[in-house]
Ligand binder design. Structure first.
Ligand code: URA
Ligand code: ZN
Length: 445
């Protein structure tokens, strides 16, 4: 059922990250009735030090130039790895690294073009995962010292903070963490880095972005407990974002030869990756152990909103877990997955359809509309232009970005253009949940 008809959607309690404490008397910005404040919580960049890192690499993720292609190409996906050794001259792997990935001016221009008032920036995938053991073992770089990785994270976060300071009131960011197999033995460093995110050094940090890889063993790895504990204590939400998708074999030999571009990996692989990651966290008891940990799922929670009921059903009927429970060895969660989704999980609204958006709202139960936040996934999925003559997005087209238009239309279509609920999803929820307050002397958008 569309929540369009609900008169009084239940709003969750104030539960934003603790950083920063708003000046006394300052009120959260309220969306106006007809012209909502638009906040984009899912928007990426690669700051300069990260580009340097990518440039120095010889396996994915990397930046590589190909003859006849003026822009270097960003090769990220494990599925693109086989194509690197025999690149097609006309369609080399990866995507062109345009200014949209690297230039703050381009980000602000994109925001202005689409009437986005505030953006919460994040480093795009694969963050610093390549310092860890990834599902694609060819990308492992375990010899790098933890100090180097820590320094890379601090540098990137500092670059994001400085960008935010250049445009007060308009930019915030999710920080990146230096996760590595040795992180557990270097916990003091991680604790210091995470704790600094809620200090005056990073006044614009509103959480952390995290992939599904963790320290190399996924997010159900008990070695991550100290991190979850800290994030819970500091009220820093996790923005969980996929990168690895599904193994390319799942999509068949034609996909492996690159015949389907990135479509299957991104459209179907990413959402399953998110669902599996959260399913693993749930079954390992992360949400029971850290009931105040807040997690924002990219792409409307991926496949999770439509599959959560199935997880619950399989759990109810699982003989092994039943036996474990009878023997007092665990096997049962304190809350159903639905309850976790309704209390600890928030979703972005990057789903590109009314059907998907309804599922995302439904996953949050009565208060579902209050748990959803607009996003664009910029600069991925550009409008394709003539570019540099290749007709595959080497250059970006001039028009509006479909990622904005389609996601906005879905919100308006499901909740009603100009409605209070649409205003909540487009910006009001993010302002409340992420504590985005007006700064003195800030920019008008
Ligand atoms: N969106 C992202 O954030 N990353 C990708 O690699 C593709 C789409
Ligand atoms: Zn993204």
């Amino acid at each position: 059922m569309s929540s369009k008809n609900k008169k009084n959607p239940q709003k969750p309690s104030q539960e934003g990250p603790s950083n920063p404490t708003p000046p006394p008397g300052e009120q959260p910005t309220q969306p106006k009735a007809n012209k909502p404040i638009i906040v984009d919580i899912h928007t990426h960049m690669y700051p300069p030090s990260y580009i340097d890192l990518l440039q120095s690499r010889t396996t994915i993720p990397l930046l590589r130039s190909f003859p006849g292609h003026p822009s270097p190409r960003l090769v990220l996906l494990p599925s693109e790895l086989p194509l690197l050794s025999h690149p097609s001259p006309s369609h080399p792997p990866g995507r062109p690294l345009t200014e949209s990935y690297t230039s703050l001016d381009a980000k602000i221009a994109f925001m202005d073009k689409h009437s986005i008032s505030i953006s919460v920036l994040s480093l795009a995938n694969p963050w610093l995962d390549f310092f860890s053991t990834s599902p694609d073992t060819t990308t492992t770089t375990t010899t790098t010292s933890p100090d180097t990785i820590n320094a890379a994270a601090i540098k990137i976060n500092t670059e994001f903070e400085l960008m935010c300071q250049t445009h007060p009131n308009r930019l915030y960011f999710f920080a990146v963490l230096p996760l590595h197999p040795t992180t557990t033995t270097n916990l003091t460093n991680l604790t210091e880095i995470v704790s600094s995110l809620t200090t005056s050094t990073f006044p614009h940090c509103r959480g952390i972005i995290l992939g599904t890889n963790g320290l190399g063993l996924g997010l159900d790895d008990p070695a991550l407990d100290p991190l979850f504990h800290l994030l819970q204590d500091l009220a820093l939400p996790i923005f969980l974002h996929p990168h690895y998708g599904l193994p390319n074999q799942v999509f068949g030999p034609r996909a492996e030869r690159g015949e389907y571009g990135h479509v299957l990996a991104l459209a179907l692989g990413f959402p399953m990756e998110t669902a599996v990651a959260v399913g693993r966290m749930y079954l390992s008891g992360v949400f029971d152990r850290f009931p105040r940990l807040k997690i924002i799922l990219a792409h409307g929670g991926g496949a999770l909103p439509v599959l959560a009921g199935r997880v619950e059903s399989c759990l109810r009927c699982d003989g092994f877990l039943y036996k474990m429970e009878k023997e007092g060895k665990g096997g049962r969660m304190e809350r159903s997955m639905g309850e976790v989704l309704r209390s600890q999980v928030f979703l972005d609204a990057v789903v590109y359809s009314e059907v998907g958006l309804r599922a995302a709202i439904g996953a949050g139960g009565e208060g579902g509309v209050g748990r959803l936040m607009f996003g664009t996934d910029h600069p991925f999925f550009p409008p394709l232009g003539e570019g540099e003559g290749e007709g595959e997005g080497e250059g970006e087209g001039e028009g509006q970005w479909g990622s904005v238009v389609v996601n906005r239309e879905a919100v308006d279509g499901v909740l009603g253009e100009g409605s209070e609920e649409a205003g909540m999803v487009l910006g009001g929820n993010a302002i409340r949940i992420l504590n985005l307050r007006e700064e003195e002397g800030g920019e008008e958008s």
